[in-house]
Design a protein around this ligand. Structure first.
Ligand SMILES: Cc1cc2nc3c(=O)[nH]c(=O)nc-3n(C[C@H](O)[C@H](O)[C@H](O)COP(=O)(O)OP(=O)(O)OC[C@H]3O[C@@H](n4cnc5c(N)ncnc54)[C@H](O)[C@@H]3O)c2cc1C
Length: 286
């Protein structure tokens, strides 16, 4: 299908982009890599009056050190996430998860900012950002502000950006010594969306799990932190049996959808199994 008519702006600076977006009213939308938005336009599920193309804002394509964190520009593509040495060395969970997103063509155009702003609970990066306790940096008509990943995702395809605000970057705490990670994704075919995904981080100390953080993909309308499984894993022996027992709590507090691909009950089962594998992998025993 052919999209409905829209106006198009390609600003040369962030300030111009914010001005164009704010001036476009409620129906104006940002377009980044277009990998989620263009299909919606073609199906006429979205029909913005104005598209503000931020593809020319090179300042949003960056990965830089910021003390004990990394700052990743919103226009950084999935492909760049998989190749960046700073991300690999300090936040390897992102490298691992980004490599599972779609196919090379989508990874070369799709961006981390678009993936998070789109807020699809089946997307891989939202749960990863929840597990990493990332902070989202946004700029709008009222200036700059920061939003914790836990507060950014509000509902299905709905985020907490105010009208006219643009997501500019994501600040991710570096994983220090002792931390391991694993992203487990169950998908029907290669290069497909997750039926369920699990992002796990484990800090080991003296053969035990000192701390665990777990984000679940596609187990609700927003990415879910598996707090009960995290609490059960903390202090447990770093053994397959102990971590599998902790993973039995993975689906607590989630509300997975039932759809043509999987029932809610099957997703709950997958969440428990994949969490066991992800925790073991993150603890270095899987
Ligand atoms: C065939 C196919 C398979 C896919 N498989 C997967 C998969 O397995 N896993 C996965 O995670 N994703 C998958 N995706 C989605 C892909 O990751 C997209 O790249 C991503 O969801 C959107 O990024 P984008 O830059 O293309 O955003 P766009 O499509 O340009 O924008 C998406 C939404 O975010 C908003 N937006 C974009 N950037 C900003 C910003 N900086 N500030 C404010 N709002 C912004 C737009 O207004 C729009 O509403 C798939 C896509 C396709 C086409």
């Amino acid at each position: 299908m052919i999209p409905a008519q829209f106006d198009y702006a390609r600003p040369g600076s962030l300030a111009e982009a914010v001005q164009a977006l704010a001036g476009g009213g409620d129906d104006a939308k940002v377009i980044a890599g277009g990998q989620s938005l263009l299909p919606l336009l073609r199906l006429r599920l979205a029909y913005p009056s104005l598209l503000v193309d931020i593809g020319g804002l090179d300042s949003l394509r960056c990965v830089r050190n910021d003390g004990d964190a990394l700052v990743i520009g919103a226009m950084t593509t999935h492909y760049s996430l998989t190749r960046d040495p700073l991300i690999r060395d300090h936040c390897g969970l992102i490298t691992a998860a980004a490599a599972t997103v779609a196919d090379p063509a989508v990874r070369h155009r799709g961006t981390i900012g678009g993936s998070l702003a789109h807020g699809d609970p089946a997307g891989d990066l939202p749960a990863v950002m929840a597990a990493l306790d990332a902070t989202l940096l946004v700029t709008g008509p009222g200036g700059e502000r920061e939003i914790a990943a836990a507060d950014f995702f509000v509902d299905y395809l709905t985020n907490s950006l105010a009208p006219g605000e643009i997501l500019t970057a994501i600040r991710v705490p570096k994983l220090g010594p002792g931390w391991g990670y694993r992203y487990e994704k169950f998908q029907p075919t290669a290069q497909a969306w997750a039926i369920v995904g699990v992002a796990a981080l484990v800090r080991r100390e003296n053969g035990h799990v000192a701390q665990a953080r777990i984000g679940l993909t596609n187990m609700g309308t927003v990415p879910v932190r598996a707090h009960a499984a995290e609490a059960a894993a903390a202090g447990a022996a770093a053994s397959r049996e102990a971590l599998a027992a902790a993973a039995e709590h993975a689906d607590e507090g989630s509300a997975p959808p039932s759809d043509l691909r999987a029932s809610a009950e099957y997703r709950r089962h997958l969440a428990r199994v994949l969490t066991g594998r992800a925790l073991a992998g993150a603890a270095g025993i899987g």
